[in-house]
Design a protein around this ligand. Structure first.
Ligand code: C6P
Length: 424
């Protein structure tokens, strides 16, 4: 197992947007209409830099083998690279021990792992799990399934009209019966940054564990699991420059050790007889079968890329772009922006509507201008219900977006408005 101390240092680079954009060849391409791509769908998935693409190729070209099995050179190298990626991810989120990093497919699988391996073992009928109204479906549905199967009680911290959580309600909703608070760090639908400190303090006061859905925070801002004082953190590689199909569950070692395996099969056992089996140590216990080695290694490269920029700088850049977007879009006739009014309390996500125009139509017309946004319920239907809209249009930003791209979005929206006859 590679230790964090044994990892190479990552050199810091100045935040040079022109250089960053050169690392993403896809940003130069044109879309079907012939317009230059303006990629503003980063909350759905980010683009990948040449450094990550090169790492994938390098792995398969030079080191490809199955891990933890062979004594031959390639297998040893592949195992070393896989374990080094684990250590890089641990360092990135402030975990003290790489063994606390479990590789999964994505955030969804990481949350389901906790629901299966921790909650199904330790929760009984009447125990309470608290989530919030602004969760992504992947942090609601697993708990509803558990409620229906085990009779646990599922409670929600409500959303206020401005897209923030009702923190006054936290005291009464998180009670002595609460065993787990499963909460997003940032809403994918509205961009709301959740004040985790308030929620963690209340959860700790009643002895509940805290699972953070970091799908929208880990890629965009500094995240330190020790400072947060939480128990589990789930996130996806594909939203932070890495390939699809690789994600992470971080958990406290003592908790992971107390949990049962998620899936049974190869690699997660110590011994198998015809009658019974015993489990391997953490993290192997939770990584049954051949893992996604190449993409885990590429996640390590993505983490190096972000670390070289510095997550404070990533957050600073996104806050500037978001602040500009909030002001620029507010000037577009007919546009109403959902969620918190300032960029201080929101990540790089701006959800909006254009009076009288269905979000789907907005997205289609913008596409002809090269502007890629997401429209729909964003897998957060309770948020749509609370806002009383079927869907929103959503622009979301990342390290490579520029104010000129926000201008392209705004002028595209002005054109959509003119096309659909929106009044000035
Ligand atoms: N949100 C979006 O367009 P997966 O699909 O497992 O990688 O991530 C799920 C997930 C969980 N929590 C939050 C807060 C998320 O934003 C997401 C993914 C994408 O907003 C796809 S629906």
């Amino acid at each position: 197992m590679t230790s964090i101390a044994g990892l190479p240092r990552v050199e810091h680079l100045p935040y040079d947007i022109a250089r960053i954009r050169r690392d993403f060849p896809i940003l130069k391409r044109e879309v079907a209409s012939g317009a230059q791509l303006v990629y503003l769908d980063n909350a759905a998935t980010s683009q990948r830099p040449v450094q990550v693409l090169a790492e994938i190729t390098r792995f398969y070209r030079d080191h490809n083998a199955n891990i933890h099995r062979g004594v031959h050179t390639l297998s040893v190298e592949a195992t070393e690279l896989y374990e080094q990626a684990r250590a890089k991810v641990a360092r990135f989120i402030g975990a003290s021990d790489p063994r606390e990093i479990i590789f999964t497919r994505n955030t969804t699988e990481a949350i389901n792992l906790v629901a299966h391996s921790w909650a199904r073992k330790f929760l009984k009928a009447g125990d309470e799990v608290v989530v919030s109204e602004i969760e992504h479906h992947s942090n609601i549905v697993p708990w509803q399934m558990l409620r229906d199967e085990r009779g646990i009680v599922l409670k929600y911290i409500p959303m206020l009209p401005d897209g923030t959580l009702d923190l006054d309600a936290v005291q009464s909703i998180i009670t002595e019966r609460t065993r787990l608070v499963a909460i997003t760090a940032m809403s994918n639908a509205l961009g709301t940054i959740v004040p985790l400190d308030v929620i963690v303090a209340r959860a700790k006061a009643v002895g509940a564990l805290v699972l953070v859905d970091g799908a929208q925070s880990v890629p965009h801002m500094p995240v330190d699991v020790q400072a947060l004082d939480v128990d589990f953190l789930a996130f996806s590689g594909h939203k932070m420059l890495a390939p699809f199909g690789i994600g992470v569950l971080w958990g406290r070692m003592a908790l992971l050790e107390s949990m049962d395996p998620f899936m049974g099969g190869g690699d997660m056992i110590l011994t198998v007889s015809m009658e019974q089996s015993t489990w391997a140590d953490v993290p192997a216990k939770f990584e049954a079968g051949t893992p996604n080695v190449g993409d885990a290694v590429a996640l390590g490269a993505a983490v190096d890329y972000l670390s070289a920029l510095g997550m404070d700088e990533v957050r600073r850049h996104e806050r500037e772009i978001t602040d500009y977007a909030l002001r620029r879009l507010a000037d577009v006739p007919g546009v109403s922006i959902f969620g918190v009014p300032d960029a201080e309390h929101r990540g790089g996500v701006v959800s909006f509507e254009l009076e009288g125009v269905h979000p789907h139509d907005i997205g289609q017309v913008l596409d002809t201008k090269g502007v890629a946004i997401r429209t729909g319920h964003h897998c957060a239907q309770p948020v749509m219900l609370a806002l009383n809209v079927p869907a929103t249009a959503r622009a979301s930003f990342y390290i490579y977006n520029t104010t000129a791209e926000v201008d392209a979005l705004a002028s595209g929206l002005e054109e959509v408005g003119r096309f659909f006859g929106v009044r000035k």
